[in-house]
Design a binder for this molecule. Structure first.
Ligand code: SF4
Ligand code: SF4
Length: 140
């Protein structure tokens, strides 16, 4: 298995307890879609902003580098990725820096995701730099 396999859920491993221990957090390289409610919890927008024009909010967040896109049909924001790969909230130690405030999809993964019950697992160890690009996983 190589790092490119993170793009292919069919190669993922079955998730089990303690698998995250020491993992390089491949799941945090998947495109992350967040709702307005998620963004309020993250402190990126106010409730008033969420109640007004989300497109306007999206323009601001894009300018500030928090999101890369806004899907008006689903009203979901696609969180920006560092170097086209890591979630911007992933720390240098490859742990989530906003864990308590993380979006719902992060809380539900891998129960809900591109391949429920499976994840990229230990494709690489912490410290290595996998050349992984985005995968198409709108349901993650
Ligand atoms: S890729 Fe899997 S094992 Fe690694 S942190 Fe994410 S859920 Fe845990
Ligand atoms: S918010 Fe945290 S848990 Fe969710 S993808 Fe980003 S770094 Fe990972």
């Amino acid at each position: 298995m190589n790092s490119d396999d993170v793009q292919r859920p069919s190669t993922w491993v079955k998730f089990k307890k303690n698998l995250c221990e020491g993992c390089w957090s491949g799941c945090c390289t998947l495109p992350l879609e967040a709702s307005a409610h998620d963004l309020i919890r993250l402190g990126l927008i106010t409730e008033d902003e969420a109640a007004s024009s989300l497109k306007k909010v999206a323009r601001r967040l894009m300018k500030e580098g928090y999101i890369q896109a806004f899907q008006s049909k689903s009203q979901l924001f696609v969180i920006e990725q560092r170097n086209g790969r890591d979630c911007i909230f992933l720390g240098k130690d490859r742990r989530c820096t906003v864990y308590e405030k993380r979006p719902e999809v992060c809380r539900a993964f891998p129960k809900i995701g591109p391949r429920p019950g499976f994840c990229p697992g230990h494709l690489r160890s912490v410290g290595e730099k996998p050349q992984v690009r985005r995968i198409s996983a709108s349901s993650s």
